[in-house]
Design a binder for this molecule. Structure first.
Ligand code: DMJ
Length: 566
């Protein structure tokens, strides 16, 4: 029997292919092209290969330097060429201590990028180093969410890549391998469980000490994404080791959050107290604090096939559109301001801030996955214009004053990620140009003595001595995959899904069946897919048959409003 999910994915695939086949998109002889359309026309094969090579070099400059100057520490300091671990002297330094735990974070986070780059030898070497040298029995207090997405996701992904009998990335298996990465994943996840055990509501405490559990008197406020973005990794682990406790804990947390949504609007806030279940942040948006909660509802459904997750995603996506979206009703037709998703009050949908943040750039990728490609094109175009204005994305951009509110750029991947996913969905060379701009900026603005550095301020492009692990695990990976059109991940895109940290997981039947399903997941009402574009070549007007995914009048509108020349 064909499952609803397979039908859904096939449907999206066919819809996308029919909108943007090369005959549809690039018939350059039938229309006089304007300057912008000409500029974003096709990229030559030689140029694409150069971009792929340069991206690979970017990765290895960061990775080799990490191995030379920083390993076994967690992160590379790319300016002073040394390593960085937890700030044990200052436990309240959560900017560092939430993420770094003395477990060679950058190496673990980079594992599947090595496989995707085709470097099976270095992958095996790295796996060996991780197994021989990393222990999670550490007196480190870390954020469960960060350790889950960066470490647990990476270990599961690497283990599953090793186990793949088809070996699409070559021989990744060390001769002696006997599931050690899965054992490490299981050990790590068991250290997260006290976060749930000590909670009165079922929402996880935000931080655990890897040795001692939840520290006495530790903070009980968590962001919604922190509490509600565990299901993908926890679900995969449960299914691999046959222990439902992880999946149950993550699913229960999602259900608790879901029940806390506002009864009038259906919106969730951005922070909640895990002891009282009361919202302590009532800002609702698609960026920081909530982003991966939405993402994981959809991704959990794609992986495991439970209609409950899809129903939650659909309802939440619809209230996001209802309350947060401003601007003209359709991305590529009609009049009005360029569409924008603003931060609102969860109680009434009133606009709460005049800034958007750089994490929101990932939302276009979620829209692609949901089949809402036209909307994704618009969402992405806004962030591209901001990127062009500064060369990178400021952490917060004030759309009213047209200036940054928070100036730093820590090499985040979200904009690269949605650029890659939009290229996969549309095959429009516009996105290769965007990728080239990203690569050029990263090399011109962030390359330091021995790695790539955080931009401290987009106003003067001063640098900070930090290269976060997601630079190698996500930013470089998505950029490489954008240019490496023949990568096994791209040739088999229906077989893989990315976690929120960019780790690839297989879409496989064994992840969609389990003996505990019937008890854990009572039947819910039939859910029907929504938001899947049914457009095809025939209904795309002439201008769209040429270079640009967003009509040039709209691209011009947004570039003029932001004062940027495209
Ligand atoms: C990464 O750890 C992940 O992409 C996460 O979903 C959001 N934050 C960072 C990158 O910005």
């Amino acid at each position: 029997m064909v499952s609803p999910l397979s039908l859904y994915l096939v449907f999206i695939h066919i819809a996308l292919q029919s909108i943007y086949t090369s005959e549809c998109a690039f018939n350059i002889f039938r229309y006089p092209l304007n300057r912008v359309e000409k500029k974003y026309g096709g990229i030559s094969e030689n140029e694409r290969l150069r971009l792929k090579k340069d991206t690979k070099e970017m990765f290895y400059f960061g990775y080799d330097s990490y191995m030379k100057y920083a390993y076994p520490k967690d992160e590379l300091n790319p300016i002073y060429c040394n390593g960085r671990g937890p700030d044990y002297d200052n436990p309240s330094n959560i900017n560092i201590n939430d993420i770094l735990g003395d477990y060679s974070l950058t190496l673990i986070d980079a594992l599947d990028t090595l496989a995707i780059l085709g470097d099976a030898g270095e992958f095996r070497k790295a796996v060996t180093l991780v197994i021989e040298n990393v222990s999670f029995d550490k007196n480190s207090t870390v954020q469960v969410f960060e350790a889950n997405i960066r470490l647990l996701g990476a270990l599961l992904s690497a283990h599953l890549l090793i186990q793949d009998e088809n070996k699409p990335f070559g021989n990744l298996e060390p001769e002696w391998y006997d599931g050690e990465l899965l054992e490490m994943a299981s050990d790590l996840a068991s250290r997260f469980l006290p976060a749930f055990d000590n909670s009165k509501t079922g929402l996880p405490h935000p931080r655990v000490n890897l040795r001692e559990g939840v520290p006495e008197g530790s903070r009980t406020d968590t962001c919604t994404a922190g509490a509600g973005s565990l299901l993908v990794e926890f679900g995969v682990l449960s299914r691999l080791i046959g222990d439902p406790v992880y999946e149950m804990s993550a699913r229960r947390a999602n259900r608790v959050l879901w029940k806390l949504r506002n009864s009038e609007t259906g919106l969730l806030g951005n922070a909640v107290d895990v002891d009282t279940g009361k919202w302590v942040g009532e800002l609702s948006g698609v960026g920081a604090g909530l982003d991966s909660f939405y993402e994981y509802l959809l991704k959990a459904y794609i992986l495991f096939g439970h209609p409950e997750d899809f129903a939650m995603f659909n309802e939440t996506y619809s209230v996001i559109k209802q309350y947060m979206r401003r601007g003209r009703p359709h991305c590529n037709s009609g009049s009005g301001d360029h569409p924008l998703y603003v931060n609102v009050d969860m109680k009434n949908g009133g606009t709460q801030t005049t800034w958007i943040d750089s994490l929101q750039a990932a939302f276009a990728g979620i829209q692609v996955l949901a089949g809402d490609v036209e909307e994704a094109i618009c969402t992405h175009a806004l962030y591209y214009t901001i990127w062009k204005k500064y060369g990178v994305l400021p952490e917060r951009f004030n759309w009213q004053r047209i200036s940054p509110d928070v100036m730093f750029y820590p090499l985040r991947p979200e904009f690269v990620e949605s650029t890659y996913l939009l290229y996969q969905a549309t095959r429009n060379p516009f996105y290769l140009h965007v990728g080239r701009d990203i690569l050029t900026s990263l090399n011109n603005l962030t390359k330091a003595q021995c790695g790539y550095a955080t931009i401290h301020s987009v106003l003067d492009m001063t640098l900070e001595d930090r290269m976060e692990s997601f630079f190698l695990s996500e930013t470089c990976k998505y950029l490489y995959l954008l240019f490496d059109v023949d990568n096994p991940v791209n040739l088999n895109s229906h077989r893989y899904m990315f976690t929120t940290e960019g780790h690839i997981l297989p879409l496989a039947p064994w992840l969609r069946q389990h003996s505990w399903d019937a008890d854990l997941f009572p039947a819910v009402d039939q859910v029907t897919p929504t938001n899947v574009s049914q457009a095809n070549c025939a209904v795309i007007d002439d201008e769209r048959l040429y270079g640009l995914p967003l009509k040039s009048q709209y691209l011009e509108q947004i570039s003029v409003s932001l004062g940027v020349e495209l």
